[in-house]
Design a protein around this ligand. Structure first.
Ligand code: PXL
Length: 275
């Protein structure tokens, strides 16, 4: 409860919410999102959707446990009652029931910015269940997004393209996803496109920008996608334009991959350095 002698609210930081899963080792998911918000001086909240525990005995596959839909609804109720988030990030949802719950909660509580990291695949889930989840995400959550950050695979799934091999292909995918969703698109080539640079394509219906940075190694690093979308969310919460948010997010992720944390898992983790 606010106290009468509390300090004035004029120096309050922007507030951002992430609706995401826990990735226990701290590389990805809600943990990466909160660290990113903190690094960018934004006050962060989490509505936890699921708990992922990698299985070191089974090739580091995902063990996935969804949070009860009512518990997700309760978290969102508390968060929207306490704050009006300046921006919301949506990460791993994982089940159709979770998607129903999150979509219903967001209908009534708009935020000016809803950044969707369309996490389509989770190893360890039944393929049938994953397809249901992908379809529900496209039907119920994509229309709520104002900004979407698909990776290489997700860009193919959302655009309907069979292959994305060149920067021109990635541009075509970004345009197709914008046409379908109306959202600002930041389509990530990552290490999947050939060539010396990690290329992302920004498209908002008017401005097309190819964001490039030299690749840091040829291996994907855990948490890069989560960190990028969380940084976009934090920058939008602070009032940046979508293009500025994308550019700053790319800088933070490139620096975070350079400073990555070595792990005994087969993938290193991004380190969110204070900006
Ligand atoms: O990087 C995608 C991702 C998002 N959210 C959670 C995850 C992962 C990948 O492991 O576990 C919770």
């Amino acid at each position: 409860m606010a106290q009468t002698n509390s300090s004035p609210a004029t120096d309050s930081p922007p507030v951002a919410l992430t609706i995401a899963g826990s990735e226990a080792t701290g590389g990805a998911g809600a943990q990466a999102d909160l660290k990113t918000f903190q690094a960018l001086d934004v006050f962060g909240m989490v509505a936890l959707t699921c708990i992922v525990s990698f299985d070191p005995k089974a090739d580091w596959g995902h063990r996935f446990v969804p949070v009860e839909p009512q518990v997700i609804a309760d978290q969102l109720e508390a968060e929207f009652a306490a704050y009006s988030p300046a921006a919301i990030k949506i990460g791993m949802l994982g089940t159709p029931a979770t998607i129903d719950t999150v979509a219903a909660a967001l209908q009534g509580k708009p935020s000016p910015h809803v950044v969707l990291d369309p996490v389509l695949i989770c190893k360890g889930q039944e393929p049938g269940a994953a397809l249901d989840t992908d379809n529900a995400l496209k039907a119920q959550v994509l229309p709520l997004a104002t900004f979407v950050t698909p990776n290489h695979f997700e860009s193919m799934a959302l655009s309907g393209m069979d292959a994305i091999e060149t920067v021109d292909d990635l541009i075509a995918a970004a345009k197709a996803i914008h046409e379908k969703s109306g959202a600002v698109v930041l389509a990530k080539g990552g290490v999947r496109l050939e060539g010396p640079d990690a290329v992302d394509v920004f498209y908002d219906g008017e401005t097309l920008e190819v964001l490039s940075a030299p690749k840091v190694g040829e291996h994907a690093v855990s948490g890069a996608g989560c960190t990028l979308a969380a940084a976009v969310t934090a920058e939008l919460a602070k009032g940046a334009s979508p293009l500025e948010a994308a550019q700053r997010a790319k800088e933070l992720v490139t620096a975070g991959i350079q400073a990555r944390v070595a792990s005994n898992a087969p993938f290193d983790a991004v380190r969110q350095l204070n900006a």
